[in-house]
Design a protein around this ligand. Structure first.
Ligand code: CP
Ligand code: NVA
Length: 332
């Protein structure tokens, strides 16, 4: 594992990290994963405490931070979407200074990227982005670890993302691919393509790492040679219910089906940050079914439940990678 000193650093978006630093974090996570499997204790941050701010709901990210912090020997305080003063009675700048005086690190999940950036600006302890509208960096580290476990290396891997490509997951996969030399294709209706300025930044980075960024509206082109088929929900947290009809209309052609996956490479796998609408086992899934007649949305149940699907390995890797982020930035 190449040495990188990340002590004191925030993790706000992967654009702020070098390929070497990303590599280091994922190697560290793999090491923590092995240690966890062997029941080797790693509680090198005993006595420290972290604050976990969630202005949006979460299963994986919250549990990953809590379990990882506990494994490292730390205490956690969870601030839910309604139970604190944040944003309503207290500014982000004031919140940052209060929490930084009590905690050793702060996780933030919420809305605009500018909020987590502001939090970090006023915090003297590391701030970790647990998802904003624009970026989801801890998800990307888990995805990279998963891709390495499946393929041995990410170099030259063709990753195709289908769906709403201008939100946190699509943006972040493009940055991840650019930083790590993958060939990322974002496949969607043009109005869901990422911000052209971010595409340009990523293409410049990709030119140095041997990766590439392609945008296409054609699902067959998106599927061609794809090693990873990746999708995300069509309507993200914080978006209004009114957009469902338009999204269903616009994004149904980009659903990941077995037919689509069969057009990719022989070794193709399916990835999804989760949660996923692949059956009627959710309240929203059932409501959409009743209103629009759909049984599945961004991915078919056949793909989700198939042996090509690595989504639960990917979900587990959230915990190991978040542990690496906290350990590295807190100087464990
Ligand atoms: N993938 C992800 O961030 O899941 P949660 O919303 O459950 O944290
Ligand atoms: N794009 C999704 C990701 C969830 C992990 C959302 O923001 O809701």
């Amino acid at each position: 594992m190449g040495a990188c000193n990340l002590a004191g650093r925030d993790l706000l978006k992967l654009l702020d990290y070098t390929p070497e630093e990303i590599d280091y974090l994922v190697d560290l996570a793999a090491d923590y994963k092995q240690k966890k499997q062997q029941h080797i204790p790693v509680d090198t941050l005993r006595g420290r405490n972290v604050a976990l701010i969630f202005e949006k709901t979460s299963t994986r990210t919250r549990c990953s931070f809590e379990v990882a912090a506990h494994d490292l020997g730390m205490g956690t305080t969870y601030l839910d979407p309604t139970g604190s003063q944040i944003g309503k009675k207290e500014s982000i700048a004031d919140t940052a200074r209060v929490l930084a005086s009590m905690f050793d690190g702060i996780e933030y999940r919420g809305f605009g990227q500018e909020i987590v950036e502001e939090l970090a600006k006023y915090s003297k302890v590391p701030v970790w982005n647990g998802l904003t509208n624009e970026f989801h960096p801890t998800q990307m580290l888990a995805d990279l670890l998963t891709i390495r476990e499946v393929f041995g290396s990410e170099k030259g891997i063709c990753l195709s993302y289908f769906g709403d490509a201008r939100y946190n997951t699509g943006n972040s996969l493009m940055v991840l691919g650019a930083k790590t030399g993958m060939h990322v294709t974002l496949c969607s209706a043009a109005k869901y393509f990422p911000d052209p300025k971010l595409v340009e930044v990523c293409r410049t980075i990709a030119a140095e790492t041997g990766g590439s960024i392609t945008l296409t509206e054609d699902p067959d082109e998106g599927a061609r040679n794809a090693d990873v088929f990746y999708t995300d929900v069509w309507v993200s947290m914080g978006e209004p219910d009114e957009v469902w009809q338009e999204r269903i209309h616009d994004l149904t052609p980009y659903r990941v089906t077995m037919d689509l996956m069969n057009k990719g490479s022989d070794r193709a796998v399916f990835m999804h940050c989760l949660p996923a609408f692949h059956d009627l086992g959710t309240g929203i899934g059932q409501k959409i079914h009743d209103k629009y007649g759909l049984n599945e949305m961004e991915v078919t149940d056949e793909v989700f439940e198939s042996t090509k699907s690595v989504v639960f390995q990917e979900a587990e890797n959230r915990m190991h990678t978040i542990k690496a982020v906290m350990a590295a930035t807190l100087g464990a």
